[in-house]
Write a protein that binds this ligand. Structure first.
Ligand SMILES: [Cu+2]
Length: 147
């Protein structure tokens, strides 16, 4: 009887907590709270597969341009300046994007989908410009699992 009840309990939990995809907001900023200039609001964003990220053009003159992702991932077109952009990530792995006009000023960021860092070393060798070279190395070193 207890066993039957516990099975019932587990099964009901499955129905009560379905896997929900979430939407995360990232802002494009001239200046962040920590004083960093020309940045996204997050340097490294951790999401689950199926989640969506929405970038807001909080400050003007920025965009989102993907330059690396897991194998087989077709890089989306770079977004328009001053426009909101939404992307859903179904494939686990590490993604790298930059802001086209500020790509040499360190305006780059990483996304880690589904705790999968198997392509991190490869992403870390992506060609980036100027001040973004150092930043990419520090971001890659800062990636951690378990959030
Ligand atoms: Cu920018």
């Amino acid at each position: 009887m207890i066993r039957l009840l516990s099975i019932f309990f587990v099964v009901s939990l499955l129905f009560i907590t379905p896997a929900q995809s979430e939407e995360k907001i990232i802002e494009m900023l001239n200046k962040r709270e920590d004083g960093a200039r020309m940045v996204y609001s997050e340097d490294i964003t951790y999401i689950n597969a199926g989640d969506t990220i929405k970038w807001l053009p909080t400050d003007k003159g920025h965009n989102v341009e993907f330059i690396a992702g897991p194998e087989g991932y077709e890089l989306p077109k770079r977004s328009k300046f001053n426009k909101e952009v939404s992307l859903t990530f179904d494939v686990p792995g590490v993604y790298l994007y930059q802001c086209t006009p500020h790509k040499a000023m360190g305006m780059i960021a990483l996304i880690v989908v589904g705790d999968d860092v198997s392509n991190l070393a490869q992403v870390a060798t992506t060609k980036v410009f100027g001040g973004s070279k150092k930043k990419l190395q520090s971001l890659a070193a800062g990636v951690s699992l378990g959030k």
